[in-house]
Design a protein around this ligand. Structure first.
Ligand SMILES: [Mn+2]
Length: 549
């Protein structure tokens, strides 16, 4: 999905009017100077619409399976990270330099080891009541050396990281000896100045690291003894107070993060991020790309970023019919010819709704109002939607304006509405796939007996009743012949709209038939079987009952 695009889109299970009005309206708005506006579709094209697209050589609109805002749509692409081995001192500098509060900690392959949270770091290092933790440094002699910009007088196991405790040798000799006596010397980092006694006690005890501050001298025999006792000896230019502080920041950041951090994928919905942030303890989540590498950091403010996708709805105004996720993005306009559903917006929008035969007719009126002449292909698209929805101007929804606009669009497109309409319905029709009405009825025709009576019902599936209405007179004629030939009391064709999940029954029977059948009659021989999909389970049991009776 492109960033900052407005998609003009019709309803799910798009019909010709939906697709053609989307393309025609996107073209109108582009010509009116709106940038980044594109037609889209919320489902596969039906055969009739395929015919239109091919005949007019129009590119297929982009398929949008859903428009849920995704993490990738709203995150900023640049991300500040830190290597797991880097000392905390470097992390603090990054927090400061970039004004951030979260820092993903990475391994050598850019995969996340954890998320360093400034607030948690501050708590860990600054809360004075936790003495043991304040004293604790997890570090190697070498990382301490780097943080202290120190010279290594002696280095032992330079890269071995251990949990160490920090002690400052600033007391009188006897006190010092008493203080370290009960401790494990291999856990001690001893910081001191030019106090020879303390230095000597330290190496003699075999502390892990001896840090001598202020570049102060160390006697040769102490260095010598330190080497014998495997004591790392560092000489730093910093004073004791600064050295203590910097040593504490020598801990590699990977030791400060846990594996229990939040992650989201670039492809994940923003909803998912919202849930995680609401219910997880962390103020942010690490965003991973498809390979599991760190792509960004998402925080609660990420959730507030405006969606880059906007929608113009055509040929529908009810969100239940709209592409999935339409309720999560901004809808900027609606152009329609249906009843008003339950539709709310936060801001005023352009809402054009006219009781015309098709949305394409409405779009055509907008071209005329704007004084913009549609090019032949756009006129052909609007004519297609108009003829499709009005069943070549035969449907009761057809208005005088539809007739007038069909002539205008036909002229602009170089198409005769009647002749083109016939081709449109013939080519696009599932029913027209059969060579004759008789073959259509017989393709799946079954006969039944109900007491003394015999009846037969065929079934065919369509994606819209439009094509059926165009063919129903032919079908009725063939049904009448078939009924006579086979000596049936009644004969019918169940036309099931698999999109709407409902059926119409075209049926002929005796004089009493319309009264006993028990389904609402829409017009002569046509009954509405709301919600009926199955001949076997729904229609036939019912017919057996009413016809037998
Ligand atoms: Mn329509």
């Amino acid at each position: 999905m492109n960033r900052n695009t407005t998609y003009v889109i019709g309803h799910k299970n798009p019909d010709t009017d939906s697709i053609c009005s989307a393309i025609a309206y996107a073209r109108l708005r582009s010509r009116q100077g709106i940038n980044n506006i594109e037609p889209a579709r919320a489902g596969d094209l039906n055969r009739q619409t395929e015919f239109v697209i091919d005949t007019l050589s129009v590119p297929r609109p982009k398929l949008l399976v859903d428009v849920y805002p995704r993490v990738r749509d709203v995150i900023r692409s640049e991300v500040v990270t830190i290597a797991g081995d880097a000392p905390l001192a470097q992390a603090l500098e990054l927090f400061h330099a970039h004004s951030i509060r979260l820092l993903p900690v990475l391994d050598d392959d850019r995969r996340p080891l954890g998320l360093l949270v400034l607030k948690k770091v501050a708590e860990k290092f600054l809360v004075p009541s936790r003495e043991a933790e304040i004293r604790r440094v997890t570090a190697s002699p070498d990382s301490i050396r780097q943080c202290l910009k120190a010279t290594a007088i002696n280095l032992v196991d330079a890269r071995v990281e251990e949990d160490l405790d920090l002690y400052v040798g600033a007391m009188a000799s006897a006190t010092f000896r008493g203080k370290i006596a009960p401790l494990d010397p291999r856990r001690i980092i001893l910081i001191t100045g030019d106090r020879e006694f303390i230095q000597r006690e330290g190496v003699e005890a075999g502390v892990r690291v001896l840090i001598v501050t202020g570049n102060l001298p160390i006697a040769d025999d102490i260095v010598q003894r330190g080497k014998e006792r495997s004591v790392t000896i560092l000489s730093t230019p910093f004073d004791t107070a600064t050295s203590t502080w910097l040593t504490r920041l020598a801990t590699p950041v990977r030791c400060l993060v846990g594996a229990d951090f939040l992650t989201v994928g670039l492809q994940d919905r923003l909803d998912e991020l919202r849930l995680k942030l609401m219910h997880g303890g962390d103020p942010g989540a690490v965003v991973l790309d498809g390979d599991g590498r760190v792509a960004a950091v998402a925080t609660k403010s990420t959730l507030l970023a405006p969606s880059p996708i906007k929608l113009v709805l055509v040929d529908h105004n009810e969100l239940s019919q709209a592409v999935a996720g339409a309720d999560k993005v901004e809808i900027t306009e609606v152009v329609d010819h249906h009843r008003l559903g339950n539709f709310h917006t936060d801001t005023p929008i352009r809402f054009v709704n006219q009781p015309l035969g098709s949305t394409c007719t409405v779009v055509a009126t907008l071209y005329r109002e704007a004084g913009i002449r549609p090019d032949p292909s756009t006129a052909g698209l609007m004519l297609s939607g108009l003829l499709s929805d009005t069943v070549i101007l035969k449907s009761p929804t057809t208005t005088e304006l539809d007739r007038e606009y069909s002539r205008w669009l036909g002229e602009l497109a170089g198409l005769d509405p009647q002749e083109y309409g016939q081709r449109l319905f013939a080519s696009g029709s599932a029913l027209a796939a059969y060579p004759s009405a008789r073959q259509l009825i017989l393709a799946d025709f079954k006969e039944y007996r109900a007491g003394e009576r015999a009846f037969g019902v065929g079934q065919v599936e369509v994606v819209s009743f439009h094509e059926f209405h165009a063919l129903k007179n032919d079908i009725a004629d063939s049904l009448a012949k078939l009924k006579d030939e086979r000596g049936l009391d009644a004969a019918g064709l169940l036309v099931t709209d698999i999109v709407q999940g409902t059926s119409l029954l075209l049926a002929l029977g005796g004089r009493e038939f319309p009264y006993v059948i028990g389904y609402p009659r829409l017009e002569e021989n046509v009954y509405e079987l709301k919600g009926v999909l199955s001949r076997k389970k729904q229609l036939v049991p019912h017919l057996l009952k009413v016809l037998e009776g």
